[in-house]
Design a binder for this molecule. Structure first.
Ligand code: KIV
Ligand code: ZN
Length: 500
C-alpha cells in the first residue's frame, strides 16, 4: 500500500441513505453506484443487507452489476447480520464485510446492555465469522470518539488478531475536534499491536460542522481510508463530504502530500445525481459543488479573475467537471457539440435519449439565452427518467391565478391512448395542478415533499422540481425541470405517479 494514498470509501448508499427523506430506489442506487465506479472510488458501501429485503436486494444487485470498487455490506456484530451481508455481497468480484459494535461507555451500557468484556468478545466473534466468509473485513468501533482510549486500543488489537484488515474509528455523533481526533489516530497507530498490518479509517459526522476537518486531521495522523458521502448527505447534519476531502487533498497537495485515486472531473455530475435522486438540495454556498462555488460576484473579484484567474480561484471549475465560463451552448449549437458536452458531463447517452434531449434543448434555447452545464445536466436527466412506456404523459395545461381569484388549473393528460381533461381549484397554482392531475389519473397519493430549486440564476433559469409521493407504504420521488415552474411541478408529479 502506497503510504501517500488514501482510499475513498463511499457510503452515500448506506449512511447517506439513512438520512430522513433520502431513500432511493434500486435503479437509482445502481445509477449512483455506476457513477461512483466511474469516479474510481475504492469502496462502495452498498447498504445494510439485514435491515430489509429491499436493502438486501439492492446490495446484491450492486455486487452483481458494479465492477471496479470493492463492494461492502454493513453488519452489526451478530451472526445473522454478517451472514446476510456475506450473501448479499457474494456476487462481487471484490467484496468486504463491514461489521461494527459500539465501544463507548454510554452506548455499551444503555444501548447494548453489555459490559466491555462482553463487547470485546462479540467483536472478536464477529470478525472471526466474517473472516470465514471473506478476506476483507472492516471493523468499526461505533461512537469511537467517546470511547475510552485504552479500551479502544484493546478492542482494535483483538479484532486485528482475529483478522480484521481495516479499523474504522467513527465519530458517530460528530463530537470530536480535529486535534483530538488526530491524536486518537496517532495513539492507536503507535500503541496497537498489529497496527502496521491494517488500514486505519476515519468516519465523521458533521454535527459541529467539523466532519471534513476531522477527517483531514485523521489523514495527517495516519488514516489511509476516509469514509464519506456525495454532497455530505447523511444522518442529522450529514457525513464527511467526499468532494471536499478530495479537492482539499488535491488543491493542497503541497501541504498534505497525500493523493486519492478519485477522478475529480466526475464530481459535478455525482453531486447533481445525488441531489436530484434524493431531492436533497445543495446550498448555493456549499464548498466545491454549490451553485456559487465558482461564481465571482463582486467587481473587485471579477476584475481580478479576468486579469488572472488565480487571484481569487484556488481550484479550476474544470477539475470537478464544470466548464470554466459555465456558458456552453446556445440556440445555434449543433447536435455534435451538444453530444460532446453531454458525454463530458459524465453521461453515456443512448441515441433515443440524445435525440429527445436535443429537441428539448432547442426548445429551451428559444426561451433561454444561455444554456449552462447545470441546465444540460437537468435537461438530459429528464430524458433519461422519461420513458415512452410511461402510463401518464402531460399533453398541456392552463392556469388561472391572481390576487382576487381562486387558482384554477385545467390539465390534459394522455393515459395509454386516451386524452383526459380535468379542471380543479387549489390553494395555489401548484396545488390546483396537482389536484387536476389526481382527478385525471384517478390517483390521490400523499404528497410528502415538494422542492423547487432554480438550476442557475436569472428569471429565465430552469427550475427543477422534486416531488415525493407516498401510497400504500411505497414512497417515490419524481423529478423534472422546465423554465416554467408550474410545468416543472406538473411533470415531476406525473413522473412520480408513473413510478408509483
Ligand atoms: O457513524 C457510525 O458510527 C456508523 C458506523 C455504522 C460505521 O455509521
Ligand atoms: Zn456514520
Amino acid at each position: 500500500m502506497n503510504p501517500d494514498y488514501v482510499k475513498i470509501f463511499d457510503t452515500t448508499l448506506r449512511d447517506g441513505e439513512q438520512c430522513p427523506g433520502a431513500a432511493m430506489s434500486e435503479d437509482e442506487k445502481i445509477e449512483i453506484a455506476l457513477h461512483l465506479a466511474k469516479m474510481k472510488v475504492d469502496v462502495i458501501e452498498a447498504g445494510f443487507p439485514i435491515s430489509s429485503p429491499v436493502q438486501f436486494q439492492a446490495v446484491e444487485r450492486i455486487a452483481r452489476e458494479i465492477e471496479g470498487p470493492i463492494i461492502a455490506g454493513l453488519a452489526r456484530a451478530m451472526r445473522a447480520d454478517i451472514e446476510s451481508a456475506g450473501r448479499a455481497i457474494a456476487p462481487a468480484k471484490r467484496k468486504r464485510i463491514h461489521t461494527f459494535i459500539a465501544s463507548s461507555p454510554i452506548h455499551m451500557k444503555h444501548k447494548l446492555g453489555k459490559n466491555p468484556t462482553e463487547v470485546l468478545e462479540m467483536a472478536r466473534q464477529a470478525v472471526r465469522i466474517s473472516r470465514d466468509l471473506v478476506e476483507d473485513v472492516e471493523f468499526s468501533a461505533e461512537d469511537g470518539t467517546r470511547s475510552e482510549w485504552e479500551f479502544l486500543r484493546e478492542l482494535t488489537e483483538a479484532v486485528i488478531e482475529e483478522g480484521a484488515t481495516t479499523i474504522n474509528i467513527p465519530d458517530t455523533v460528530g463530537y470530536t475536534t480535529p486535534e483530538e481526533y488526530g491524536k486518537l489516530f496517532e495513539f492507536l497507530k503507535q500503541n496497537v499491536k498489529g497496527a502496521d498490518k491494517v488500514i486505519f479509517s476515519a468516519h465523521c459526522h458533521n454535527d459541529l460542522g467539523l466532519a471534513v476537518a476531522n477527517s483531514l486531521s485523521a489523514i495527517i495522523n495516519g488514516a489511509r481510508q476516509v469514509e464519506c458521502t456525495i454532497n455530505g448527505i447523511g444522518e442529522r447534519a450529514g457525513n464527511t463530504a467526499m468532494e471536499e476531502i478530495a479537492m482539499a487533498l488535491r488543491t493542497r497537495k503541497d501541504f498534505f502530500g497525500i493523493e486519492t485515486n478519485l477522478e475529480t472531473t466526475h464530481i459535478a455530475r455525482a453531486s447533481y445525481l445525488v441531489k436530484t435522486i434524493t431531492g436533497m438540495v445543495v446550498q448555493p454556498n456549499k464548498a466545491i459543488v454549490g451553485a456559487n462555488a465558482f461564481a465571482h460576484e463582486s467587481g473587485i473579484h471579477q476584475d481580478g479573475v479576468i486579469k488572472n484567474r488565480e487571484t481569487y480561484e484556488i481550484m479550476k471549475p474544470e477539475s470537478i467537471g464544470l466548464k470554466s465560463n459555465r456558458m456552453v451552448l446556445g440556440r445555434h449549437s449543433g447536435r455534435a457539440g451538444f453530444k460532446e458536452r453531454i458525454v463530458k458531463l459524465g453521461f453515456d447517452p443512448k441515441a433515443e435519449d440524445l435525440d429527445a434531449a436535443y429537441q428539448r434543448f432547442l426548445e429551451i434555447a428559444d426561451r433561454k439565452k444561455e444554456i449552462f452545464d447545470e441546465d444540460l445536466l437537468a435537461l438530459f436527466s429528464d430524458e433519461v427518467r422519461r420513458s415512452d412506456s410511461d402510463q401518464f404523459q402531460l399533453v398541456s395545461f392552463e392556469i388561472k391565478t391572481g390576487t382576487d381569484s381562486i387558482p384554477t388549473a385545467t390539465i390534459k393528460i394522455k393515459i395509454s391512448d386516451q386524452i383526459r381533461e380535468e379542471t380543479s381549484k387549489g390553494d395555489g397554482p401548484v396545488d390546483a395542478i396537482f389536484n387536476s392531475i389526481d382527478l385525471a389519473t384517478g390517483h390521490s397519493p400523499l404528497l410528502s415533499r415538494l422542492l423547487i430549486s432554480p438550476v442557475t440564476e436569472g428569471a429565465d433559469a430552469l427550475a427543477e422540481a422534486s416531488v415525493t409521493l407516498e401510497n400504500s407504504g411505497k414512497r417515490v420521488v419524481g423529478k423534472a425541470s422546465s423554465t416554467d415552474i408550474i410545468e416543472a411541478c406538473a411533470l415531476a408529479y406525473i413522473n412520480a405517479l408513473n413510478r408509483l
